[in-house]
Design a protein around this ligand. Structure first.
Ligand code: ATP
Ligand code: MG
Length: 230
């Protein structure tokens, strides 16, 4: 059982092979202190998603270990690990149901007020109340009631409400209008506040705001540092 964590995350001398003899990560040592935001950047196939896969324990490292608050994550239950990690994926997951249920997804006990507060904090409230039935508006998994940017804000509200110590964010690449884009950047700041976050970042504005930028190349860390340092 992983106790409630602060969110110090360390990848220690990681070697990882999906297939024997073909390392997807080599010699990765990377640490994040609780509350820091880490941007993972690099070409396609460089290992960004693989780092996330190890943190969530979709796979275990071939060599080395991943530790949270000093606990080797291999020694804790998946439930206690994953309940403390929030994931916002690029292909934002919206299911058929009301907006309210979509936001409440990870926190079924949340009250209507809590749902609305989360939505307000990420600038989603205004567009939601302008929908036909407000928070009770039914949306479809692949429907077009919501724009890409709006779907993203809903997923931010969901993550904020769930309030995980560790957040993984695969930033959307879809083109979004400038106004929504600005909202998303502001909402992102709110969402990252006080959490350890790993962001597969595509936008320069996001990368710039991170505490550490890790540049991956063919499974190794090419360089890391702040935007000013790199
Ligand atoms: P992208 O920007 O395209 O998402 P990425 O940086 O996330 O790329 P990874 O998905 O981490 O890259 O892939 C790293 C390496 O591992 C690549 O060589 C890829 O082909 C390989 N790889 C990824 N997933 C698997 C898998 N399930 N089985 C075998 N090899 C994989
Ligand atoms: Mg990837």
């Amino acid at each position: 059982q992983l106790p409630p964590v602060h969110g110090d995350v360390a990848f220690e001398n990681i070697l990882f092979e999906y297939e024997k003899g073909r390392p997807a990560l080599r010699g990765i040592s990377l640490s994040a202190q609780a509350g820091q935001s880490i941007a993972l950047v690099g070409h396609t196939g460089s290992g960004k998603s693989t780092i996330i896969n190890l943190l969530c324990r979709f796979y275990d490292p071939t060599e080395g270990r991943v530790a949270i608050d000093g606990f080797d994550i291999r020694n804790v239950t998946l439930e206690s690990l994953r309940s403390q990690i929030g994931i916002v994926l690029q292909d934002t997951f919206i299911f058929s149901g009301t907006i309210r249920d979509n936001i409440r997804f990870g926190r079924l006990d949340a009250t209507d007020t809590e749902v609305e507060e989360a939505a307000k904090a990420v600038f989603a409230h205004d567009f939601i109340v302008n929908l036909k039935d407000g928070y009770d508006t039914e949306v479809q998994e692949r429907g077009n009631v919501l724009s890409m940017g709006q779907r993203q804000l809903i997923s931010f509200a969901r993550a904020l409400l769930a309030n995980p110590r560790i957040l993984i964010l695969d930033e959307a690449t879809a083109s979004i209008d400038t106004e929504t884009e600005l909202k998303i950047q502001e909402a992102l700041k709110t969402l990252l506040e006080g959490r350890t976050s790993f962001i597969i970042a595509h936008r320069l504005s996001t990368i710039r705001g991170c505490d550490n930028i890790v540049v991956l190349d063919h499974g190794v860390i090419q360089e890391q540092g702040t935007h000013e340092q790199l």
